[in-house]
Design a protein around this ligand. Structure first.
Ligand code: WT7
Length: 640
């Protein structure tokens, strides 16, 4: 609590307008501070108020929040409202239709890839479709606790499929539709899914993606394949929800791990429900007349929390967009904002930087007067992009909420509240309610005041992940072993003199390409699987739009020559193993790699070489310094 300043600074910061403050849920920094203290000192009271909005079949039996964050004291665990029974699908649909009388309210304006391709779905219709599909799943033998893999484009059926799972207590494991067959397979195997829900295909811009072909690489097989439309046609609209314990699993979502093998992040029912509902309401200052649009894909956590669960829990109306910001042209986003009168808009720095390149004219073709709040997520936003977003898109009327969080955190953990927190461009500002951050140095000492180091959290909030599916030990090792007593984010962070937090980026072997995390290890192993490659090392090279691009160094097997054809093959290899997001931007032939005497590749040095920075810092641990000159000589100047 001492980390939150008594007063927000008055200078060199940007404030929300008086109008926004007047009707805001959290109208001032004083109010934020008061509630923050309550949320940390008495979580059961703070979250108890949030829980009152939901339906509970039975009440919780133990502590509101029970946990151990210290590996030296036993197993790591987090439990929220254990013993209570509820159903998240019931809470986001039935409760809205029956108790809150929102049946005729639009849940989603679906906007297809092709302009003019559109569809509106009300809460009542969504509930009907979910019940029908839940019955379909049951008729296929899917039961509570079973895992269901979903590999679908951004269509209403994707939301229907995930909520149908939640309704019957099945655990959805959604795989982003941009992933390759091999990545899909790895995830299905790891979570032991009993069924895969997919689609024939979809258009991304003018490119056709044939999902079904990727999924099985054989045509329709009547022995294993069933058709959604023929099954759902005859299904009943009545489907009693399966009542779940608070700590029953809700979903698994894979995120890159530094060893290369993705981790199945597991979230459970009640804590996740409370947390996504509260963050959505307060961070976007949601009101019932809002039209909200999050441009993320549901295949990522942003879509899970802030397209499906958070907005629906609040009875919000959202835009569900299948397409791209640049198709058919770079005005598409603003055209959609005007078309649906979007008031709260949430996107990623990479999209902002991409559109920024085309200047303000494509933005100004549309009036955007409906906009009230702008959000960003996925990676640190550079102040230039922040300013463009704030000034050009929002015309300085709309606060920008820079929300820092992770697949693991379930929802926003460091973020401004739009009417309460004075903004500093590029800073995720302060913790959300219930979140207690700290900055540690390399030896694990907590730093006070202005400082820079590892960003960690001292105690759980309801929405934090519970385990890595099937591998609790990996969960403990990844997040809790480095600094006993703390959840380690893997991000670096600076705190300024006013107490503001600035995320500085990953400090582990992770890359952030267009807001998507990739581990260097997974790209390296895709490269070395090629018969020509003996060794590979991958680093991030700053990229004006994507944040980072992939710069790959490959050492070839003896007797193999590097050429254009091989380069194309390697690129294709990575795409096929992982997916298009992991496509290498640069590949450099590297007969030798910089290694320490113990054989560890010095990625720090490779990062400098990739950027042509001559000052390599301390290279005294390098086993053979002659490789450096050669690496500089062979640098790639143009992307492949
Ligand atoms: C990593 C988590 C959370 C949904 C999207 C990504 C980076 C995310 C921010 C931000 C600075 C950010 C971090 C984090 N990140 N948001 N506002 N400012 N960095 O989810 O794939 O689990 O990635 O994204 O490095 O650890 P994810």
């Amino acid at each position: 609590i001492k980390m939150i300043p008594d007063k927000a600074p008055g200078e060199e910061v940007l404030h929300a307008s008086g109008d926004l403050k007047k009707q805001a849920h959290i109208p001032s920094f004083e109010k934020y501070k008061e509630l923050y203290i309550r949320s940390v000192e008495s979580p059961e009271e703070f979250w108890g108020d949030v829980a009152e909005d939901f339906f509970w079949k039975t009440k919780y039996t133990g502590k509101f929040l029970d946990y151990n964050f210290d590996v030296t004291k036993g197993d790591i665990f987090v439990k929220c409202m254990e013993g209570a029974t509820t159903n998240i699908c019931y809470n986001v649909l039935d409760r809205n239709v029956h108790e809150r009388k929102l049946g005729d309210k639009v849940a989603f304006y679906w906007e297809g890839n092709e302009p003019g391709d559109e569809k509106t779905v009300t809460y009542r219709e969504l509930l009907q479709q979910v019940c029908k599909f839940a019955n379909v799943l049951k008729s296929q033998g899917v039961k509570k606790g079973d895992r269901v893999s979903i590999y679908m484009p951004m269509v209403v059926e994707l939301v229907v499929a995930m909520l149908a799972c939640a309704r019957i207590g099945a655990v959805h494991a959604i795989v982003f539709a941009g992933f390759s067959a091999e990545s899909l397979c790895e995830r299905i195997m790891d979570s032991q899914c009993c069924i895969l829900i997919t689609a024939d295909g979809f258009y991304r811009g003018d490119k056709l993606i044939s999902l079904k072909l990727i999924a099985d690489e054989v045509p329709w097989n009547p022995e294993v394949d069933l058709c959604w439309h023929s099954l759902i046609g005859g299904a009943s609209e009545e489907c009693e929800p399966v009542w779940c314990d608070s700590e029953d699993p809700l979903f698994i979502l894979y995120t890159s791990g530094s060893t290369g093998k993705p981790k199945g992040v597991l979230h459970t029912v009640s804590g996740y429900m409370l947390y996504t509902a509260a963050t959505f309401k307060l961070v976007f200052d949601y009101h019932s007349d809002d039209v909200y649009w999050c441009t993320a894909d549901i295949g990522w956590i942003t879509g899970h929390s802030y397209i499906t669960y958070g907005p629906l829990a609040n009875g919000a109306t959202s835009v569900l967009f299948e397409g791209l910001p640049t198709y058919p042209d770079v005005s598409r986003m603003w055209e959609i904002v005007d078309k649906y009168h979007v008031s709260k808009f949430y996107t990623a720095p990479t999209a902002i930087r991409l559109l920024m390149k085309y200047g303000s004219e494509p933005v100004q073709k549309y009036n955007r007067t409906s906009l009230k709040i702008l959000g960003t997520v996925g990676e640190p936003i550079n102040p230039e992009a922040w300013q463009w977003y704030y000034s050009v898109v929002g015309e300085k009327r709309c606060p920008v909420v820079d929300t820092f969080w992770q697949t693991e955190t379930g929802g926003h953990v460091m973020t401004p509240l739009p009417a309460a927190t004075p903004m500093k461009p590029g800073s995720a500002t302060f913790p959300f309610f219930g979140v207690v951050p700290a900055i540690l140095n390399e030896s694990g000492e907590e730093l006070e005041g202005p400082s820079e180091g590892y960003l960690v959290f001292k105690q759980p909030w309801p929405g934090v992940m519970r385990t890595v599916y099937g591998n609790h030990e990996r969960f403990e090792t990844t997040y809790f072993k480095k600094f006993p007593g703390f959840y380690v984010t893997g991000d670096g962070c600076r705190r300024d003199k006013d107490g503001y937090y600035w995320i500085t980026g990953r400090i582990d072997d992770m890359l952030n390409v267009s807001g998507h995390l990739l581990s260097t290890a997974e790209v390296e192993s895709a490269l070395v699987e090629h018969e020509a490659v003996a060794e590979a090392a991958v680093v991030g090279r700053p990229h004006p739009v994507k944040g980072e691009s992939l710069y790959c160094f490959v050492t070839l097997n003896d007797g193999i020559n590097y050429n254009q054809k091989l380069e194309v093959e390697l690129k294709k290899q990575v795409r096929e193993k992982i997916g298009a997001i992991a496509t290498p931007d640069y590949i450099q032939n590297a007969p030798g790699l910089p290694k320490t005497r113990s054989g560890k590749i010095m990625r720090r040095v490779l990062r400098k070489i990739a950027c042509n920075e001559q000052d390599l810092g301390d290279v005294s641990t390098l086993a053979d310094s002659s490789v450096i000159e050669q690496l500089f000589e062979n640098r790639c100047c143009t992307a492949v």
